[in-house]
Design a protein around this ligand. Structure first.
Ligand SMILES: [Fe+2]
Length: 283
């Protein structure tokens, strides 16, 4: 981990054990999901970290007020996502305090990368693994790896919506169950084109909801305005057949009619996967 990412916050015995568990998750002795999580150790944030949060929040929220999905914007208000401080994950002022009552989702701090299996196991329990470090000032416009701005500002407001909340848990259960490599590839594409880079039509206008768009000033403008983007109507099988590219702005985006459309499509796909494995959908 880069020193400038305030790595002292994730450099102790607890974090090392959690990362070891993440790296070997699923092997005998490494099945306990709770061992993946760490404390946020909020005192570790520097003044510069807090300033980076405020700068990013101000800059992006102003842009999003008229361009993000209403579901995202009302979720951000409902979890009390504010500019004044990096979000707390624990305690009465935390986003989790509000999320718990709304949908039961929780954001849980992790020290770093999780394997897909570990990540899906968390989602299947309505737990969202969350990076707690924040990008340094000199990388304020772009950071290739997730940080708390991407993970919390970008992802978590949608977890306050009951329909999206159900979708994401069903996704986690299906992805955890899937063993066919074709399903694994298709589910990764579905995640990419919805959770990370999804657009939605609301009141006849295109709006942003994918976290990779929401948390990126450059990409959010490009997604809505660039004539080079191929914006296609969402269709589960078409999305799952589409390859994605990771190191530049997205040339193809998919547009939902509603989050119910996404939830229903996911339920259908989960049903297919669980049937293959002799399990009951929704179990
Ligand atoms: Fe993400």
């Amino acid at each position: 981990m880069n020193q400038s990412l305030n790595s002292a916050m994730i450099d102790d015995a607890q974090a090392r054990d959690a990362q070891a568990c993440a790296d070997r998750f699923g092997e005998p002795g490494f099945e306990d999901i709770d061992r993946l999580y760490i404390d946020q150790r909020y005192d570790g944030y520097s003044d510069e970290n807090q300033e980076v949060w405020r700068t990013l929040f101000d800059r992006q929220m102003e842009f999003l007020e008229s361009r993000a999905s209403n579901v995202y914007l009302s979720g951000a208000r409902a979890i009390n996502l504010v500019r004044d401080h990096i979000p707390y994950l624990e305690g009465p002022k935390s986003i989790n305090h509000f999320l718990k009552q709304l949908t039961g989702w929780q954001s849980r701090a992790v020290p770093g990368y999780l394997s897909p299996k570990a990540f899906f196991a968390c989602l299947s329990r309505r737990e969202f693994p969350t990076t707690i470090v924040i990008r340094p000032k000199e990388s304020i416009d772009y950071l290739p790896e997730p940080d708390i701005f991407h993970d919390v500002f970008g992802h978590v407001p949608l977890h306050a919506d009951p329909v999206f909340a159900d979708f994401l848990q069903t996704y986690g259960k299906a992805a955890l169950t899937a063993t066919d490599p074709e399903d694994t590839t298709r589910l990764a594409r579905l995640f990419w084109f919805t959770v990370e880079f999804g657009l939605i039509r609301e009141d006849d206008r295109l709006k942003l909801y994918g976290s990779g768009l929401i948390s990126s000033p450059g990409e959010s403008k490009h997604a809505l305005e660039s004539p080079e983007v191929d914006r296609r109507p969402f269709d589960l099988d078409t999305v799952c057949d589409t390859d994605f590219e990771i190191d530049h702005y997205q040339p193809i985006l998919y547009v939902l009619d509603s989050f119910e459309q996404l939830r229903d499509a996911m339920n259908e796909y989960a049903h297919r996967i669980l049937e293959k494995h002799g399990q009951t959908a929704g179990a």
